[in-house]
Design a protein around this ligand. Structure first.
Ligand SMILES: [Zn+2]
Length: 397
């Protein structure tokens, strides 16, 4: 059901949703026994985005430009994101609305519920949401791989990848993930995004050994639907499927505050992963044809001044002693704005020392900013083995 004014092709949207539902049902082999009907309740507004899963429905919010234009047949990023959101919430019908952590039995709505398993319920869901789009043929493999570059980069470019474990990120969701401040890229890892990467690593390892993540998901669904999953349920299921070593590796991946071994595991899916330095604020990986140098901070315009909103630990701005909240005024005597920052930086070569004037609260300060290779790394993926890649992304697999 779609409400809100919109000019779109609802027949196309409805067909695409049907293909996604088929795909997610195929992961589990069947619909949940007690599911008699399912409603996508979509509210179209000027600039909304979000979704909430329920047992027999999902309540979604999108911008009217996320829906496809009436005559359009191609898929753009906005529509892809909307379909991925629908796919995500529908996957939750099995994965968290029915199968859920044992400590959610019964769920206490009157108080915060703590669990270390959000990487499993939100991370796996985030992995399967995009995957359904490519398996259903709604996006080509190249588009999917491009999305994967973004997913990897969103984790790899943040120092938090080496600062917080997935177990910790899950357990502190109420106090940290949902209360993020300007230091979040350095301290808080997303159990959604890194959880999806963990699912990807498991998929690669399982496929390398003749199984798949789908098999693991079904094993969990069949064994823990009534009791709920204890914290060791995934490791236990891996052991039951004969992957004792992988169970131990998983336990380590979850507990350590360290990057996942994507470069080592992805060849099993036919992919080669290399990292390159982040080049600008919105750099999410993929091939790049310029080589500008990243300042090591996110910026936003506040009262007409360019303010550092987040400073990456170990990055150029951080090494210069700059802090979140500082307002940049000039680089080597030239006024800085949101429009000219990257143009100004592109005139310098690696190793340059820039003189930066900035306000810290009401004080005018000056610092020397070294322009070194960005320590923030983003992902570039290349298909190296078409056969393996196709077997993974093929509808029937
Ligand atoms: Zn979710």
């Amino acid at each position: 059901m779609v409400s809100g004014d919109n000019r779109t092709n609802l027949a196309r949207f409805s067909d695409d949703l049907a293909s996604i539902c088929q795909q997610q049902k195929a992961v589990f082999g069947a619909l949940p026994d007690d599911l008699k009907q399912y409603w996508f309740l979509l509210w179209v507004t000027e600039d909304g985005y979000g979704g909430l899963e329920h047992k027999d429905s999902t309540l979604l919010l999108c911008s009217r430009f996320d829906l496809p234009a009436p005559g359009a047949t191609e898929i753009d990023d906005n529509y892809q994101n909307l379909l991925a959101l629908c796919s995500h919430e529908y996957f939750h019908t099995w994965w968290v609305k029915r199968l859920k952590p044992a400590c959610f039995h019964p769920y206490q709505l009157s108080a915060e519920q703590y669990t270390s398993q959000l990487w499993l319920y939100e991370g796996f869901t985030s992995y399967f949401d995009d995957l359904a789009l490519v398996k259903a043929g709604l996006i080509p493999a190249e588009r999917y791989i491009n999305s994967l570059e973004k997913t990897i980069s969103r984790v790899s470019r943040n120092p938090s990848d080496s600062a917080q474990s997935l177990l910790d990120s899950s357990f502190t969701a109420w106090t940290k993930f949902y209360k993020q401040d300007e230091n979040a890229p350095n301290a808080v890892v997303s159990y959604y995004v890194k959880g999806a990467l963990l699912a990807l690593c498991l998929e690669a390892q399982l496929r390398a050994n003749g199984s798949s993540l789908q098999q693991l998901v079904r094993q969990l669904w069949q064994h823990y639907l009534s009791s709920g999953t204890a914290d060791n349920a995934v490791a236990l299921s891996l052991t039951q499927l004969g992957f004792t070593e992988l169970a131990a590796v998983l336990t380590q991946w979850l507990a350590q505050a360290a990057p996942l071994p994507l470069q080592q595991t992805l060849p099993a899916l036919g992919l080669e992963l290399v990292y390159r330095p982040m080049q600008h604020m919105d750099d999410n990986g993929g091939n790049s044809h310029n080589d500008s140098i990243f300042i090591g901070a996110q910026t936003k315009v506040v009262n007409g001044l360019l303010q550092l909103s987040q400073v990456y630990q170990g990055g150029n701005a951080h090494n210069a002693g700059l802090m979140a909240g500082d307002q940049l005024l000039a680089i080597d005597g030239i006024k800085v704005s949101a429009d000219n920052l990257s143009k100004l930086l592109s005139r310098y070569s690696l190793g340059s020392q820039l003189q930066v004037h900035f306000y810290r609260k009401d004080r005018l300060l000056m610092a020397s900013l070294p322009l070194n290779t960005a320590t923030q790394q983003v992902a570039v993926l290349t298909v190296k083995d078409e056969r393996l890649c196709k077997a993974w992304l093929d509808e029937s697999a």
